[in-house]
Design a protein around this ligand. Structure first.
Ligand code: SF4
Length: 459
């Protein structure tokens, strides 16, 4: 199937010259984008702050759509897992929802005693023009906790605008806590959301290196930690799309430098530890030594166990479609380590520079795609005859309908895929999905089995 004419400029095949790929633009109407709305973008970022109240100001559907949206674990309070909504109805739309919002906030704060409250604006709130800022200010004064509006009306742009709204909301907390006891060798972890407990693993690596973690932003996040995040010496930013705005703001406001990392795959995980250690090399060279020891220890355990999966998976084909490109880069490298071939890679929110880099590191003919849709994905998976598709909840049914293995690398997963042990989990999951006998009974396999030369290609 040919992509829609208007979508062609958002698709590129590695090796074609010159490199051109248009991105960071509104989704094409009617193309059924895989992207979420602005509100959803802000909620996925803020949601893991576990001791905050998250109140969705809008119709109940917006809250349901994003209820418990990430498998973000907490080591303590779990208030984030409750979904609160003002449930705006027709009369509220006509006469305004401010009173309802104020009453809901007062009741919920009294009942749950949160450390802060985030109030998310949805589409309809932007249309009727409720003064959410004023209501939050009033309730904040009455209750004595930070009540922060998140300007995330769904129609305001694409998912990236939601990330910015979330960063702006967190910026209002940062700078209000006491930073006196913070070590000079300290970091904030930005852009990890503690899916399946991943941030605990990452924190442990840093702590073994002798680096203090001030705030998790936002996996297993706490309001008090975020308030004092401006006391850290370095921001370590993963998933740069979602929290890079916050890192930039903290650099201009508090002079905190930032580095970009990824914790997925062996190479990137090791590099993340080395990059943090390098930052402190002048006055604490022992941190780099400890980082080297950790990497050595972890690899000694991991590599022999990976060898089995590499042998079985060598030559199989993978397609990747994820939220941000940082993960796509790491996945390309992780598949390479497993000797698999990446034939398609795309994201919802990548930049031109990132896609150019992806085109450079992938094999000729690899499809690079921005903000795609189900029909395009279907045609790419069929054309490339992939063995496994890596994506999130919206991509899963596409893979299963086609009879292709699937690996969830997004919000809902229950398996840790970050860190060194995460790489082993990833290999194990890819292996069991690709090698599952169930694909023998799928329409794709049946079709292939009627055409022997295609079956040969698929092998
Ligand atoms: S904010 Fe708007 S686009 Fe997003 S879920 Fe609600 S109604 Fe839909």
């Amino acid at each position: 199937m040919e992509p829609l004419k208007e979508r062609k400029e958002q698709i590129h095949r590695s090796g074609e010259e010159p490199f051109t790929l248009v991105c960071n633009k509104d989704s094409l109407a009617g193309a059924v984008s895989q992207r979420a709305c602005v509100f959803c973008g802000s909620r996925v970022v803020l949601y893991p702050i576990a001791d905050a109240l998250h109140l969705v100001h809008g119709p109940i559907g917006c809250a349901v759509y994003t209820w418990d949206i990430r498998g973000a674990l907490s080591s303590g309070p779990e208030l984030h897992r409750l979904s609160f909504s003002t449930d705006l109805q027709e009369l509220d739309v006509v006469f305004g929802g401010e009173k309802k919002l104020s009453a809901a906030l007062l009741e919920l704060i009294e009942r749950h005693n949160p450390a802060a409250a985030f109030v998310y604006s949805t589409c309809i709130v932007g249309i009727i023009g409720d003064d959410v800022e004023a209501v939050c200010r009033g309730v904040g004064k009455t209750t004595g906790i930070p009540v922060i509006p998140v300007q995330s009306e769904g129609f305001k742009g694409n998912k990236r605008a939601g990330y910015t709204a979330a960063c702006n909301a967190m910026a209002r907390l940062i700078g209000t806590g006491d930073t006196r006891s913070i070590s000079p060798h300290s970091i904030n972890i930005l852009g990890d959301f503690n899916l399946a407990g991943e941030i605990w693993m990452i924190r442990e690596y840093f702590e073994r290196m002798g680096v203090e973690v001030v705030a998790n932003i936002t996996g297993d996040g706490r309001v008090a930690d975020i308030k004092r995040a401006h006391g850290a010496a370095l921001n370590v930013v993963q998933c740069s799309g979602s929290t890079m705005d916050l890192a930039r703001m903290m650099e201009s406001e508090y002079g905190i430098p930032s580095i970009r990392v990824s914790y997925f795959g062996v190479e990137d995980m090791a590099q993340a530890l080395y990059d943090v250690a390098e930052h402190f090399i002048k006055d604490a060279p022992e941190i780099l030594e400890r980082a080297r020891e950790i990497v050595k220890e972890e690899l000694e355990q991991l590599l022999p166990r990976l060898a089995f999966y590499r042998g079985e998976l060598s030559g199989k084909k993978a397609a990747i479609y994820v939220g941000g490109t940082f993960k796509a880069f790491s996945l390309v490298k992780a598949f390479r380590l497993l000797e698999m071939e990446v034939v398609m890679v795309g994201s919802q929110t990548g930049t031109e520079e990132e896609y150019r880099e992806l085109a450079e590191i992938t094999d000729p003919g690899t499809i690079i795609v921005d903000d795609t849709n189900p029909l395009e994905l279907t045609s790419f998976l069929e054309e490339k005859r992939v063995d496994i598709f890596v994506g999130g909840v919206k991509e899963r049914p596409i893979a299963y309908k086609l009879g292709v293995g699937f690996c969830d690398h997004n919000h809902e997963r229950k398996e840790a895929l970050a860190g060194f042990s995460g790489m082993l989990n990833f290999a194990r999951e890819v292996h069991s999905s690709v090698m599952s006998p169930v694909w023998r009974f799928t329409p794709q396999r049946e079709r292939l089995e009627t055409v022997p030369e295609l079956l040969e290609v698929n092998r």
